[in-house]
Write a protein that binds this ligand. Structure first.
Ligand code: PHE
Length: 343
């Protein structure tokens, strides 16, 4: 009796296992078969319980028969499960295969900000005369920004309207000229320095930004004349703007005497007059002059022995002119669509 039942059961199990193996979800089906035979109410489990109920005489043989069949079904189930797992792994490997010969995504490479590029271009021109780059703090004291530069207490640039104050004595530097003072306090002449950096003023529209950049230049030596100033700055204009005509207009700065502003002939219309130069034929580029002896006194230089010239170039305006940028604010929005154009 039990022999027949067991034979039938083995055959059934073998068929079910084969069927399961043919299915997409073979592993799931095999697990179901395992429960069907060996679960708490599984067919083999029940048979083993029945064996327990047999008489002492019948039990050993029946028990060994059931155990044999149990082992054989277990073994074929186990090998079926292993086979199904292997197949699953292989099909995953196949479907997830990476084609390493496909072209990759090239990383986007950043570039220097256009203002940094212009600052470096300008510095490189003056480097040929032996000027080296020095930087100073953007938060300054009243003394460095104004007093030492001979800017009197009632000068309009000291007004709250123009200067951004942090406290009574501290402010955001309104120009790069205080770096001149800091360097002269530490270094004896002769010296040739360029001081690039950010400066701050109360101003904001299409051509003014509350933060903008300047490059200060200072040369101090014996027997320096206004002719030297004209020679060096004229050379700069030719190199940077490729425009040979410059003119010096008399001007005033408290820390230089005499003072001047340098214009270049408009490199768009070459002097005929156009929208860029507002029909004047000229473009204003920088302020300059011979260092006022009173500035030398503030830093302990012998004003009888030494002379010097200084200049201050705004970086944004030449950059806008050269790169054809209509609005200063574009420099500071940091829109990559804008910045990418200057790679
Ligand atoms: N510091 C001046 C300004 O910001 C520019 C300048 C520098 C003029 C050096 C003369 C000499 O306007």
């Amino acid at each position: 009796m039990i022999r027949e039942t067991l034979e039938k059961l083995s055959k059934e199990a073998a068929e079910q296992i084969n069927e399961a193996l043919a299915k997409e979800n073979a592993l799931e089906m095999l697990e179901r078969i395992r429960v069907l035979y060996f679960g708490r109410k599984g067919k083999i489990t029940e048979l083993l319980k029945d064996v327990g109920k047999l008489s002492q005489a019948e039990r050993p043989e029946a028990g060994s028969l059931v155990n044999q069949v149990k082992k054989s079904i277990e073994a074929s189930l186990e090998s079926a499960i292993q086979g199904a797992k292997k197949r699953k792994r292989e099909s995953r490997l196949k479907s997830e295969r990476l084609d390493v010969t496909l072209p990759g995504k090239s990383p986007k490479i950043g570039s220097l900000h256009p203002l940094t590029q212009i600052e470096r271009d300008i510095s490189a021109i003056f480097a040929r005369f032996g000027f080296s780059v020095v930087r100073g703090p953007e938060v300054e004291t009243d003394w460095y920004n104004f007093e030492s530069l001979n800017i009197p207490k009632d000068h309009p640039s000291r007004d709250m309207q123009d200067t951004i104050y942090i406290s009574n004595d501290l402010l955001l530097r309104t120009h790069t000229s205080p770096v001149q003072i800091r360097v002269m306090q530490q270094v004896k002449p002769p010296l040739r320095i360029l001081c690039p950096g950010a400066v701050y003023r109360h101003d904001f529209d299409a051509s003014h930004s509350p933060m903008f950049h300047q490059i200060e230049g200072l040369l101090v030596d014996e027997e320096v004349t206004f002719g030297d100033l004209k020679g060096v700055l004229g050379f700069f204009a030719r190199e940077f703007f490729h425009e040979s005509k410059v003119r010096f207009r008399p001007s005033f700065f408290p820390f230089t005497e005499p003072s001047a502003e340098m214009d270049i002939q408009c490199f768009i219309c070459h002097g005929k007059g156009c929208v860029v130069c507002k029909q004047s034929g000229w473009m204003e580029i920088l302020g300059c002059g011979m260092v006022d002896p009173s500035v030398f006194k503030h830093v302990g230089y012998d004003a009888e022995r030494y002379q010097g010239f200084a200049f201050g170039i705004g970086i944004e305006r030449p950059a806008m002119l050269k790169l054809g940028i209509p609005d200063i604010r574009l420099f500071f929005d940091n829109d990559v669509r804008f910045l990418r154009q200057f790679q």
